[in-house]
Design a protein. Structure first.
Length: 137
């Protein structure tokens, strides 16, 4: 396997819900392990997600977990995930955009920009920033 860069998102107790949502958006195979499966005895943490991994059919990998006790959770501007492709993948990317921006906040509508690409930015309902870029070339 070659080296890869994978976004890893920390959530404040709703990693399961968020990752199931992203599976609905991107499809693929989702695996999740709880803190309880690895011996956590704190009743508030046993069902929380220690590690999850979504492998989409398009080759995307997204990882996430719930923030464990004792660690600070800082939602918001600490991560933005970028999805990009050319015109051949435009329909696929528009479909992702539609699902991610629904119930979220759009800061830049997905439309042709001055540099020639179709581009949009949104924050999904879980507070994660997304950029979608569809190049014409």
């Amino acid at each position: 396997m070659s080296s890869r860069l994978n976004p890893y998102i920390s959530f404040d107790g709703n990693a399961r819900e968020a990752m199931e949502f992203y599976k609905d958006v991107f499809g693929g195979n989702l695996t999740m392990s709880t803190f309880g499966e690895f011996g956590a005895s704190d009743p508030g943490m046993t069902d929380k997600i220690m590690h999850s991994r979504l492998e989409s059919g398009s080759g995307f990998t997204l990882m996430a977990s719930d923030t464990p006790p004792g660690m600070e959770h800082k939602p918001g501007n600490n991560i933005t995930v970028s999805l990009s492709g050319d015109a051949a993948s435009g329909d696929e990317l528009r479909g992702y955009w539609a699902k991610l921006s629904e119930s979220g906040t759009v800061s830049v509508p997905l439309e042709k920009q001055m540099w020639g690409d179709v581009f949009g930015m949104c924050v999904d309902r879980f507070g994660i920033g997304w950029m979608v870029d569809i190049s014409e070339s």
